[in-house]
Design a protein around this ligand. Structure first.
Ligand SMILES: Nc1ncnc2c1ncn2[C@@H]1O[C@H](COP(=O)(O)OP(=O)(O)OP(=O)(O)O)[C@@H](O)[C@H]1O
Ligand SMILES: [Mg+2]
Length: 246
């Protein structure tokens, strides 16, 4: 098995809205290996979210080459894409995107219900253990029965991380995961992402904050839809140590 998970060349995405063309992504090429923790930076409107949506199969590129886990991603059919999005990819968003009326447990269980309906997987012991272990890894097992709406922002984001983890995805995409959090809750989220990275999860995170980006091992920079730099982080930050300093 190759250690390359993502290999893209000259990826492009143009939106056509109301007769207007927007070249959101003009030229992005990179290789991401299994287990890497990569930040994507760039000014507002530079195409960070678009790039992430293309890499995570939420948007189809309009040009370029994209190989995911050794396969030409542009040939995947709808069923394959749905399975990939559900089982091999975990998503974390700035706005958490939890269902506020459901309990913490039910939110984390959601991705497992796809299997339940498509392959008849029973909601048995293994299923319960997966939800429990995802909640434990973000330190929230004691909040399982809480309705999502009663949680703090930091707790909501940790539930969103547990939901992203429950299917043991190959790769986790996080778009501004600390954007709505204060610095303490933000560091807690960074610590969880760094722990996941140490366990071998591949993580791709969009952020516009330089200090947040430095928790990754590598930074890709976009400007006007062009991926113009790709650098190793030489002064990496470790959230665990920073929390001790606070
Ligand atoms: N679905 C869409 N339809 C039309 N234009 C879009 C769409 N999504 C993004 N764009 C445009 O593409 C460009 C890049 O947007 P994108 O959301 O990728 O930027 P970003 O770097 O994530 O910005 P921010 O830091 O503000 O989140 C912007 O000009 C935006 O208006
Ligand atoms: Mg964005």
């Amino acid at each position: 098995m190759s250690d390359i998970l993502i290999d893209c060349k000259n990826l492009q995405k143009t939106f056509y809205t109301g007769g207007v063309e927007t070249h959101a992504l003009k030229d992005a090429s990179c290789i991401i290996r299994r287990g890497e923790f990569v930040s994507i930076m760039g000014p507002s409107g530079s195409g960070k979210s678009t790039f992430m949506h293309v890499l995570s199969f939420l948007e189809e590129p309009t040009g370029g080459v994209y190989s995911f886990d050794g396969h030409d991603a542009l040939t995947f059919d709808g069923a394959t894409l749905a399975r990939l999005r559900n089982q091999e990819i975990g998503f974390i968003f700035q706005a958490f995107n939890l269902l506020s009326n459901l309990s913490v447990w039910d939110n984390v269980e959601l991705p497992l219900l796809y299997d339940f309906y498509t392959s008849g997987l029973r909601r048995g012991k293994e299923h319960r253990q997966r939800v429990e272990s995802a909640l434990t890894s973000v330190g929230l097992s004691h909040r399982s029965d809480y309705k999502a709406q009663y949680l703090s922002g930091g707790e909501k984001q940790r539930v969103a991380i547990a939901r992203a983890l429950v299917n043991s995805p190959k790769i986790i995409f996080a778009d501004e995961p600390t954007g709505n959090l204060d610095s303490k809750a933000g560091l807690q989220v960074m610590q969880i992402l760094q722990e996941l990275s140490e366990k071998g999860h591949t993580i791709i995170m969009v952020t516009h904050e330089h200090s947040t980006a430095r928790h990754a091992s590598r930074i890709l920079r976009l400007r006007d839809g062009v991926l113009e730099s790709d650098e190793k982080v030489t002064d990496r930050l470790f959230a665990k140590n920073e929390k001790e300093l606070k």
